[in-house]
Write a protein that binds this ligand. Structure first.
Ligand SMILES: *Cc1c(COP(=O)(O)O)cnc(C)c1O
Length: 377
């Protein structure tokens, strides 16, 4: 084989402003943290940092759950970790679908041998608690309930407290997707009684992609311990992963953790603690209001009703006469600005403008409004 002659001697990515559905802009402070020397995944200095990361994650999730740690893998691996551990073949699972990510939960249930009972709501609407109540009434044997808190495909926020309370009343465990909500709007794992939840590093935490914070409560752990069949995934089996993440004083090798990305996650969580969760939520809200006012002044309309609108994911109808792909290409080429396209039934109809984490700032709002106005021309 001949020696390849790479045209890219060393990759220099363009500087973009990331205002899509994730990844969000990563602050230089986090990139700097990730550029520090790689050490071993069992190095005592590293394991001390791991412990602190778990404490910081408990704060982000607002939980006392001991079993709170970052899974090595993107949000999708966090999702699978919840389903493969908690769902046993034959378990009935009530799954809410009001966008792309609820649909993926259904796929997860099927692949674990569970029996999905689907509760559907329109794309752009939140999950309707009355439908969930009806699904439990019709399926009193349902063991698990799963929903997406912040549907990134549509920009709708569901009432997690109300939904988890229904599941608890019917004796089911709740799995919540909070990939897009964590750090952007309140996520109160303990107060709401959520049994298992997973998130992502690259949305409102503004870290690089590839890590998924997860948390499991006592009832979830009891279900995993009582399994009659082994977890079908070796990599995601909690019983094995924990030898590494919580083997206090005697950690054992399970897989090589993504060392440098975990420096980044730690830095992101330190930044969140410095700002304070309430302040982070308030910042997302106020930036959303500014963006909304600017977009509405241009005649652009929102997809989701005000009451269920996510501040960090603004889905808006593409104005009449504007070519979707051409406009987004111009945003990238002329403004170095990334916004998201519509997915599934909303493809070609909407844009998804993210204000996640470090991207939720005044200069981004102003820049985005200027750029969108220019391409609407
Ligand atoms: C982004 C996202 C995921 C998947 O996360 P990846 O890191 O892309 O695997 C899951 N659920 C929701 C709601 C998301 O927004």
């Amino acid at each position: 084989m001949s020696i390849p002659a790479p045209a890219i001697a060393s990759f220099q990515p363009p500087r973009r402003t990331l205002m899509g559905p994730g990844p969000s802009d990563v602050p230089q402070r986090i990139l700097d943290a990730m550029a520090r020397p790689t050490i071993g995944h069992l190095d005592p200095a590293f394991t001390t940092m791991m412990e602190e990361t778990k404490t910081l994650l408990r704060y982000a999730f607002q939980t006392e759950n001991k079993l709170t740690f970052p899974v090595s893998g993107p949000g999708s691996v966090g999702m699978e970790s919840c389903f493969v551990n908690l769902v046993e073949p034959g378990d009935k699972v009530i799954v809410c679908v009001n966008g792309v990510f609820g649909g993926r939960m259904v796929e997860n249930v099927k692949r674990t041998g569970g029996v999905p009972v689907i509760v559907e709501d329109a794309w752009g609407a939140p999950v309707d608690p009355a439908k969930v109540e009806a699904a439990f009434a019709a399926n009193p044997d349902a063991k698990i309930f799963a929903f997406v808190h912040a549907e990134t495909s549509t920009g709708a926020l569901s009432d997690a407290a109300a939904l988890a309370a229904i599941a608890r009343r019917h004796g089911a465990l709740t799995i919540m997707d909070c990939v897009t909500s964590l750090g952007g709007v309140p996520v109160l794992i303990d107060e709401w009684g959520i049994d298992a939840a997973y998130s992502g590093s690259q949305k409102c935490l503004s870290c690089t992609p590839g890590i998924s914070p997860v948390t499991f409560g006592e009832r979830a752990i009891a279900k995993v311990k009582a399994r009659k069949t082994p977890v079908q995934s070796w990599f995601m089996d909690l019983n094995l992963v924990l030898g590494y993440w919580s083997g206090e004083g005697k950690r054992t090798y399970h897989h090589t953790a993504p060392i440098n990305p975990l420096y980044g996650l730690h830095e992101a969580l330190v930044m969140l603690a410095e700002e304070g969760l309430e302040n982070a939520w308030a910042r997302h809200r106020s930036m959303h209001e500014k963006l909304r006012d600017g977009l509405e002044a241009m005649g652009i309309q929102f997809v989701v009703d005000e009451a269920a609108r996510l501040p960090q994911l603004n889905s808006v109808y593409i104005p009449d006469g504007v070519d979707d792909a051409a406009a987004r290409t111009r945003l990238i080429n002329e403004f170095n600005l990334e916004i998201g396209a519509g997915l599934g039934v909303l493809a070609g109809k909407i844009w998804r403008i993210g204000l996640m984490g470090y991207s939720a700032k005044q200069e981004n709002v102003d820049y985005c409004l200027k750029a969108v106005k220019a391409v609407m021309g």
